[in-house]
Design a protein around this ligand. Sequence first.
Ligand code: TK8
Length: 361
Amino acid sequence: MKKLSLLLFSLMLVLVLAACGGGGNDDASESSDSNETSESSSGEDASSESSGDAEFVIRAGIGLNSEHPQYAGLLKFKEIVEAETDGAIVVETYHSGQLGDDRSMMEALQLGSQEVTIPSTAPIANFVPEFAVFDIPFLMPSVEVADAVLDGEVGQKLLDMLEEQNLVGLAYWENGYRDMSNSVRPIESLADFEGLKIRTMENDLHLAAFRAMGANPTPMAFTELFTALQQGTVDGQENPIATIYLEGFHEVQEYISATNHVYTPFVFMISKPFYDSLPAEYQEIVKNAAIEAGKFEREENRKANEEYKQALIDEGVNFNEVSDEAKEEMREAVQPAVDEFAETIGKEIVQEIYDAIEAAQ
Ligand code: TK8
């Protein structure tokens, strides 16, 4: 009897050990812990997948909320990667800045404490100055040209520059054309920027451009923006329509003006130490999934920007289009700032972008 219970006990012990150790690694169990914390603190299901059996876990965080096409794109990425690796790679998705803002998530990728993030190009310029080339106002004439330039040679050249920062850029997604919102007056001409306190992304060229237009810009992380608008710390901000609508900025802002002053891409990036640790076959799957999901995200984003523009108008928000003459006036006002920054960005890359845009038209 004694012998039998000893046998049973050892059998149970073996089973328990197998269940704990089986296929998992330290990273996986750590990240499912952090996932639980984040779930309970946010009250939303950031990711329901159990990562216990995974060989690799990708913690992917974005700044926008779960309604935004950026998150739909991330879910698409998750679906492709998990299906094609048969669950050997599990993707945990976090939205709304649950893991941090664009800058801090990039830093986490450099350290290897997070695997994926999809920041706007503007804050990337703090890591690789050449990325500020996308912050030249009124640069991209259309989304079709943007696609061609980003998916072409110069786009790839910029992605390659991320490697020296311990980051791997896998694909361009779309944030989109940015419009103004503020609580003081509609922006119909250059003069309307005068004295407005505008939150900008953390990017020196953005700051210089808004100063050149007469505004009083303050850089701020996106995660602090809603509160700043609500409390009147700033008069306004600028983002694509889909973001304005889905983040509810129109609820704390009077006027929305379609300035379309800059086209901001997103960069799908992955931690280099993590990417290097993947077998070549998985690297390929992850890379192609980032590109595929990006195509989907761009489409969804374009639909969303149309749809939410109409929704804003239907909800009675003061929305105005901006004339081509007014845009030209703004473009001229920012030109000296652009010229000044050409040196910092790198004259070569600036020229290459202009050439690529011309070739794509
Ligand atoms: C979200 C940001 C945001 C950007 C900004 O993480 O900061 O205004 O437009 O969408 O990347």
